[in-house]
Ligand binder design. Structure first.
Ligand code: MFK
Ligand code: FAD
Length: 543
């Protein structure tokens, strides 16, 4: 069997990119803190190998979550029971404070304060907080059976709440969502409906003011009743959701953002004279007008409970401004898209490592180890190059976004982060799955066996090409950014690429000159040089 390494050890490119980006963003270039963070990442990587992986290996895809719709008295329960292994993974992540030890006492204070832009909180990690937190999630991602999905939505929801919530909403929810021990709350993201997932302007769920007032004139924190159907919800066992619902008929501008507690006990105090219909209909139910129709039957992500939900008079609280739902929820989208991109890259890294290790032990025709067969090595090298390229793009985007979130980014950095997040999400999903399949085949028949991690990794990572936007939909988003920023974001990116291409070109020239003198018509160095020249020409044209 191939002997797998830990995710920190097997990704030299990750180590060098993080060292570089952390050095540039850790406050006051504090070398001790920088060193401490890298050391903690190294140790987390080791723990993934020694204790998370053995838990993950016990999960059986046939023992996914179950929905218990009724109790023995015929009362509606709609309780989701997840598998024991999935819960063990969640506990493992919680105990180690993933993401980012971000939620221990000290960090929690800094994190909350940072997000509320209070000067006092900008201490320890400052602009590096997100970068460090995301590095931690990256290390656990490929061994978590998509366990980061609810964590990512919760993470994004915390940001949306910190930015747009009322004081009362923050007081009731922020600490619970940030907490990472027993009793932690999780948040879902309810956007997709039957009529449209990519195009949320087809949203059918209606939001009407509980007090009967004009729905288009609600104030932040006002109570509404939601009626409709959410077609995909991946935190079906969560506590609260950030949902889009229609407050007027003006396409996507008629959508507002709502906080929807799944249980009645988590609702804010309701006026005594206004008993919601769902309470009157089922006085003993604990549910807040939410019915789970069924759990989805999926190709992968088998342990993640993804549900179809009916909203039948669910009591919801307006978050932020009426009609700004899409703009506000995009704060969550940017975070979940980073998690998605990181998940794709992490899965590819693990698959690549498996393929490389297998090649060191498998003998083929002529008695050669696969690791010494040029044709096979070229195949694996290609995967390695794709992984390195995606890693460079990913950590550039995360480092920039980390500064944006901490309110430390310059305008051109913010524009570049906005551009790169959909780009890396789309590329990582498309290339990650494509090259994960190459890795699977490089293990021959063993790669196709259910017990080998390659199969679960490939099945699970295919969803990255769909959720949080397909490549086509993200391309439209990129086009929108280019128009909005009048090309500035791309221009900045082009300048950066040119700078690094210029350096690479200088390094390569002596090699290509030498190969010419030796009479070679064409060689790898020349190919790279031609590629660089073509790329530079393209960049000139784009200017
Ligand atoms: C380990 C893995 C972790 C990942 C787990 C994820 C779990 C799965 C969860 C889901 O799948 S949740 C559902 C995700 N759904 C999508 O991603 C929908 C894809 N469709 C889009 O992204 C569309 O582009 C979008 C719905 C946002 C377009 O809607 P509209 O109505 O055409 O919006 P419009 O008018 O373009 O934008 C409205 C405002 O939001 C604009 O600002 P202004 O009002 O100031 O003009 C936009 O600039 C802004 N906006 C849109 N996207 C933004 C954004 N701002 C910042 N960042 C963005 N990404
Ligand atoms: P459609 O939007 O109908 O897309 C179908 C095809 O049309 C795609 O190929 C797409 O690229 C293409 N297309 C669409 N619009 C355009 C366009 N304008 N131009 C060109 N091509 C276009 N959603 C949530 O809200 N919350 C969740 O928790 C959640 N969890 C999920 C879990 C899983 C396992 C899965 C698979 C999905 C989940 N989703 C969730 C839903 C997911 O976000 C949507 O499936 C996704 O956004 C696509 O929407 P759709 O399914 O309606 O497809």
């Amino acid at each position: 069997p191939p002997i797998e390494g830990d995710p920190w050890e097997v990704q030299p490119v990750l180590r060098s990119l993080l060292a570089r980006h952390l050095a540039a963003t850790v406050p006051d270039s504090n070398p001790e803190l920088h060193h401490e963070l890298l050391e903690r990442l190294r140790s987390l990587g080791k723990e993934v190998q020694t204790s998370l992986r053995p838990i993950a290996e016990t999960l059986d895809p046939c023992e996914g979550p179950k929905l218990i719709q009724y109790d023995q008295w015929g009362q509606r329960l709609d309780k989701v029971v997840t598998s024991e292994g999935w819960r063990a993974i969640a506990t493992w992540l919680a105990e180690r404070g993933v993401p980012g030890e971000a939620f221990d006492e000290e960090y929690q204070q800094a994190y909350l304060a940072d997000r509320e832009k209070s000067a006092g909180g900008k201490k320890r990690l400052g602009g590096a907080a997100r970068l460090y937190a995301q590095a931690r999630t990256h290390l656990v991602s490929a061994d978590s059976h998509v366990g980061l999905c609810p964590i990512s939505m919760t993470d994004g929801g915390i940001l949306a709440l910190a930015r747009f919530g009322t004081k009362d909403q923050k007081d009731r929810w922020l600490a619970r969502l940030l907490h990472r021990g027993p009793g932690a709350a999780f948040a879902g993201q309810w956007m997709t409906e039957r009529a449209g997932g990519s195009s949320v302007n087809f949203t059918e769920t209606r939001a009407a003011r509980l007090d009967g007032g004009d729905s288009t004139k609600g104030k932040p924190g006002d109570l509404y009743l939601l009626n409709g159907f959410k077609w995909f919800s991946s935190a079906a066992d969560g506590h609260v959701a950030f949902a889009l619902a229609r407050t007027s008929d003006e396409g996507s501008r008629g959508l507002s953002l709502f906080l929807v507690p799944l249980r009645r006990q988590d609702r804010p105090a309701l006026p005594a004279n206004l008993v919601p219909e769902c309470d009157a209909r089922a006085p003993h139910s604990t549910l807040n007008g939410v019915r789970i129709h069924r759990l989805k039957n999926k190709l992968g992500s088998h342990h993640l409970p993804t549900a179809e939900l009916e909203l039948d008079g669910a009591v919801a609280e307006l978050v932020g401004e009426v009609g700004k739902g899409v703009k506000q929820i995009s704060n969550i989208l940017n975070i979940t898209r980073i998690y998605s991109a990181s998940g794709s890259v992490a899965a590819l890294a693990r698959n690549h490592n498996l393929a490389v290790e297998y090649a060191k032990g498998r003998t083929v025709d002529g008695g050669h180890l696969l690791a010494n067969v040029p044709l096979h090595v070229a195949e694996l090298a290609k995967v390695g190059v794709i992984h390195s390229g995606l890693s460079a793009l990913l950590w550039k985007a995360v480092a920039l976004y980390s500064r944006v979130e901490a309110d430390k980014a310059l305008p051109h950095e913010a524009a570049m982060a906005r551009l790169l997040i959909p780009v890396v999400k789309a590329y990582a999903a498309t290339l990650g799955t494509q090259y994960s399949a190459v890795c699977l085949a490089s293990l021959g028949g063993q790669g196709y066996m259910s017990e080998t991690p390659t199969t679960t990794l490939l099945r699970d990572s295919l969803v990255e090409t769909i959720w949080e936007g397909t490549a086509s939909v993200l391309s439209l988003d990129v086009a929108r950014v280019l128009v909005q920023t009048r090309g500035e974001a791309l221009f900045e990116f082009v300048v950066e690429i040119e700078r690094s291409l210029g350096e690479s070109y200088q390094h390569l020239r002596p090699a290509t000159d030498a190969s010419k003198n030796e009479g070679f018509q064409s060689g790898p160095a020349e190919d790279v040089r031609d590629l660089l020249r073509d790329t530079t020409d393209c960049l000139d044209a784009l200017r």
